[in-house]
Design a protein around this ligand. Structure first.
Ligand code: F6R
Length: 614
């Protein structure tokens, strides 16, 4: 949460930082701020979006400076307002800082600083930190880099910080613990950001700070990277970015979410590329091949994740148990990390994450590692913290997901688990060769089937218009489609603010049925494969209570058509792969309902894309 951009070099910093902040707005968007130094320090900040901030920089004079930093905020300490927005400036007016994270022990530090005469304008932990750094500089008579290091050894919490001193405007200092920071390396210039998107058009050379590392960056010099705790010097590992500019632009779509829904056939192809090889009867996953014995001897898999990624884990449970006969447990990482989970020698822990930065999932991995678990990550963002902390894994290759509501990340995560489960099923002999071949060719056909599913778009717009004023909604599915129901409900509530619940269809009778009346839309996944007849009975129960039924059915279905108010057809597939198709109409329904309600689809209220605080 919170996006950070910094620049030091020969160019004007303002356009780089403001455009960078727009790209990072998915990380938080309740307030924004930007500081530049030319002859003097100029900083402005405001409640609201980066576009509101841009308006504040009116004159050419305002925008001058070849060093600067900016921030887009998702509030943790202190309400979103102008004063609490970053950057924060130290009491002397010399140091300026932006921060992503939480300083947990800021209260006692603030008290000590108050006793020493410091004053505070905001309610933030960040203003405490910048003054602590200043205090260390003065007390210890050290430069900014050393002071940052000493101060950070006093704080407890999580942070990515970027700070500079207006009296020494040729250097920027940054540090990380728990929140990401990337450094783009140009010719005599450096770009700093929470991820690489703000500098992709300027340089492909980047490095990522690891936890407990800090960097001192000066124009024209190699970055000085150190371990915060013991001052050990670290040799930078510079990597070439694979991302391109058009991947992070809207490409003619009105919203990133719609673009990302429509990208699914292509990104699913990317997920399978070089891995699903039907002509060789093969699924190649180097992560599994390199640790095959671990997987073949696994007594259990424990999937951990949050939100949509947790839903993908639930689909994974059905896939691994059905195909490879490996017992699976699925846990919210936020729960897992604070239990004392029992992890045995032959367990495999599988974190699932789009961003690779979710704080709870990272902490859960660290706990599992302490218990000697083997960690196999399923992640989208290459080089992010979760894969770096894991022993092995598979990237989903969904490309940058910018809409806050996760769409293509989910289907690609499910695709990775389908590949893994099928590969292991073959290795373990838990399915016959003819079943394996059938599943493999079905998997290979998924991109075309998703393309076909997307053709329901126009009809879905009509359905969405019909239900745009609903205040509640129920989503029902059974078996593999129960997690799809959960995901459908999450998508609707997060972007349209309609209250929605997902349930296993048969559970409806145990409570939620009391809610059903003529105003309640009930979205039911009623595809032919699976417990079709049972779901039809559930539909009858809804109908006799006058609920409105919107059913996702298999192409050509007649039975449900006669019962439901609206039916949306998806191509036929095996039950195990239905989630890859049934999810798509639910994504589109949520999208259009939110658009008709005038909601900010890509940046729903109170949310942030990457939850780097617990
Ligand atoms: C929902 C959504 C969130 C994320 C969750 C986990 O649309 O985007 O629920 O799925 O915050 O994030 P990652 O996958 O980045 O760990």
């Amino acid at each position: 949460m919170c996006g950070i951009v910094g620049y030091i070099g020969q160019r004007d910093a303002f356009p780089i930082i403001i455009n960078g902040l727009k790209r990072l707005e998915y990380r938080g968007y309740d307030s924004a701020g930007l500081a530049l130094f030319d002859q003097e320090l100029i900083y402005k900040k405001t409640k609201g979006k980066v576009a509101d901030l841009e308006q504040l920089f009116k004159s050419v004079e305002d925008k001058k400076g070849q060093i600067g930093l900016g921030h887009t905020r998702w509030a943790t300490h202190g309400e979103p307002n102008d004063i609490n927005a970053h950057p924060h400036v130290s009491n002397s007016g010399n140091l300026v800082i932006v921060h992503n994270g939480i300083i947990e022990n800021y209260e006692p530090i603030k008290q000590t600083l108050l006793n020493r005469g410091y004053q505070f304008n905001s309610d933030t932990d960040t203003e405490v930190l910048v003054n602590l750094i200043e205090d260390v500089m003065q007390k210890e008579q050290v430069g900014l880099g050393k002071a940052v290091q000493i101060a950070l050894n006093e704080v407890v919490g999580a942070y990515a910080i970027v700070v500079f001193n207006r009296q020494k405007p040729d250097e920027i200092v940054m540090a990380r613990l728990g929140s990401p920071l990337a450094i783009g390396i140009g010719k005599d210039e450096y770009f700093i950001a929470s991820d690489a998107t703000p500098f992709i058009e300027f340089t492909k050379n980047a490095m990522y700070l690891e936890d407990e590392q800090m960097a001192i960056i000066k124009k024209g010099k190699e970055p000085d990277i150190r371990n915060i705790k013991d001052d050990r010097k670290i040799v930078p590992y510079i990597q070439e970015l694979q991302m391109s500019l058009d991947q992070i632009e809207k490409g003619g779509y009105e919203h990133f979410m719609l673009k990302e829904i429509y990208e699914q056939p292509d990104v699913i192809r990317d997920t399978m590329r070089g891995r699903v090889l039907p002509e060789q009867n093969l699924i190649k996953l180097s992560g599994i091949d390199n640790h095959l014995n671990k997987f073949l001897n696994a007594d259990r898999m424990i999937m951990i994740g949050a939100g949509t990624s947790w839903h993908a884990g639930l689909v994974g449970e059905y896939l691994f148990e059905e195909l490879a006969r490996i017992p699976v447990e699925v846990e919210y990482s936020s729960e897992f990390r604070y239990r004392n989970p029992i992890i045995k020698e032959n367990d495999i822990v599988i974190p699932i994450s789009q961003s690779g930065e979710t704080a709870d999932t990272l902490a859960a991995i660290k706990l599992a590692k302490q218990k000697n678990a083997f960690i196999y990550a399923i992640c989208n963002v290459v080089g992010s913290s979760i894969p770096r902390e894991s022993d092995s894994g598979t990237y989903t290759h969904a490309g940058p997901e910018i809409g806050v509501a996760s769409t293509k990340a989910f289907t690609t995560q499910v695709m990775v688990m389908a590949m893994m489960a099928l590969k292991l099923a073959k290795e373990k002999g838990t399915i016959s060769m003819s079943e394996y071949n059938m599943y493999l060719s079905e998997l290979a056909s998924m991109p075309e089937k998703i393309e076909k599913t997307l053709q329901t778009d126009l009809y879905i717009q009509q359905v969405a218009h019909h239900y745009k004023d609903a205040t509640n909604a129920l989503y029902l599915g059974r078996g593999f489609n129960f997690p799809v129901a959960l995901e459908g409900a999450l998508k609707l509530k997060e972007i349209s603010y309609i209250h929605a619940e997902g349930y296993p269809a048969a559970e409806m009778k145990h409570g939620p049925i009391a809610l059903i009346d003529e105003n309640m839309p009930v979205f039911v996944i009623a595809t032919k494969k699976g417990q079709y007849e049972k779901v039809i009975s559930n539909i009858q129960e809804i109908k006799s209570r006058k609920g409105k039924i919107i059913a996702i059915v298999t192409e050509g279905d007649e039975q449900v058509k006669n019962l439901a108010d609206h039916v949306i057809e998806i191509p036929e597939t095996v039950e195990a792969f239905t989630p890859l198709l049934a999810t798509i109409p639910l994504q589109l329904l949520s999208y259009y309902i939110a658009v008709y309600r005038g909601c900010n689809v890509d940046q729903p209220r109170n949310l942030a894309k990457s939850v780097t605080v617990e």
